[in-house]
Design a protein around this ligand. Structure first.
Ligand SMILES: C[S@@+](CC[C@H](N)C(=O)[O-])C[C@H]1O[C@@H](n2cnc3c(N)ncnc32)[C@H](O)[C@@H]1O
Length: 298
């Protein structure tokens, strides 16, 4: 039994840290309180203490790495899933104007392009990437492009796979012509067209997984945006190390606007391209100087 609030919250902090890497300092007690109150009600418990006692009892019956639905729901409730279509805009402009025009001529012979949205939340990020590909790179329709989108959160992934968004969600980042082009109205919501949804391979991947690279191909572009901010330095370093193993030597890594590899992993260097937080591995192979993507594909 968890005797008091302090012990209960410490149990939650340890569980969330172990399962996700997310650090919940004491300043996040309000978040634990609010999110777990909602979860307790939903799961039919009278209080957070009752919910956590049951979670702990179930986890105690399992071995160290055992998973139980209730533990997963507690962790899931404490992830922050804020996102929007074309969030911050710059990374998507950079993808369109610099990254793909640089990469595609070098991938023309093998006709392969692999992109990973590594903490995709409810899917707005990978759908934004898919829209960029559809709108600006029609040549890629004949390539077996792989667009993988993953998250730790089961509830986020369910929503991402459905591709169903409220009016409020689509109004954040989607101009009317794009909405009309890629979505259909269903009741009060908007549903992404199958053509776009089929481009994305949604998977559950925990960035904490040491064998992450075994689950993924070698990637050309990785979006790891607005997730490192939830981890401590050591966890962020480990995750960047895993990203290094899956990123092709001349690939690109996008971080969130407030994130950097500086002081975390000096194998990366920032690419001085607009305001996007875009990185490459140092000593990457030189960019193809003169051929345009259209030359290379024609
Ligand atoms: C704030 S959202 C970022 C969404 C999107 N990348 C963006 O920038 O709009 C952070 C996401 O990271 C996910 N996350 C947190 N810890 C994770 C982990 N260990 N492995 C995979 N995803 C994780 C959360 O579930 C959440 O959906």
């Amino acid at each position: 039994m968890l005797s008091d609030r302090a012990t209960s919250f410490e149990f939650v902090r340890t569980l969330v840290r172990k399962r996700s890497g997310i650090v919940l300092g004491a300043e996040k007690d309000y978040l634990i309180q609010a999110r777990l109150t909602t979860l307790s009600r939903k799961e039919g418990f009278d209080s957070i203490t009752e919910l956590l006692d049951q979670t702990k009892a179930l986890l105690d019956q399992l071995d160290e790495d055992g998973h139980h639905g209730l533990g997963e729901k507690v962790v899931d409730a404490l992830t922050t899933n804020e996102t929007s279509f074309f969030r911050d805009q710059h990374p998507f402009e950079c993808l369109r104007n610099h990254v793909l025009p640089d990469l595609l001529p070098r991938r023309a012979a093998e006709r392969s392009l692999k992109i990973w949205s590594a903490a995709c939340s409810t899917g707005q990020e990978p759908y934004s990437v898919a829209m960029v590909l559809q709108e600006h790179f029609p040549e890629l329709r004949d390539w077996p492009v792989q667009l993988i989108a993953s998250d730790l959160s089961t509830k986020c992934l369910e929503r991402a796979r459905q591709g169903r968004y409220s009016q409020m969600e689509v109004s954040r980042g989607l101009p009317a012509p794009r909405l009309a082009k890629f979505f259909s109205r269903r009741g009060l919501d908007w549903v992404v067209h199958d053509e776009l949804r089929r481009m994305i391979d949604f998977r559950q991947i925990n960035l904490q997984d040491q064998d992450l690279d075994l689950a993924l191909p070698q990637l050309d572009v990785v979006f790891l945006r607005n997730v490192l901010i939830y981890f401590d330095k050591e966890t962020s370093q480990q995750i960047l190390g895993r990203i290094r193993r899956v990123l092709r030597p001349d690939g690109y890594l996008f971080l969130g606007g407030a994130e950097t590899t500086l002081f975390l992993d000096d194998a990366f260097e920032r690419v001085p391209l607009n305001q996007a937080s875009c990185y490459r591995l140092k000593h990457h192979s030189p960019t193809t100087p003169t051929r345009s993507i259209h030359d290379a594909l024609s």
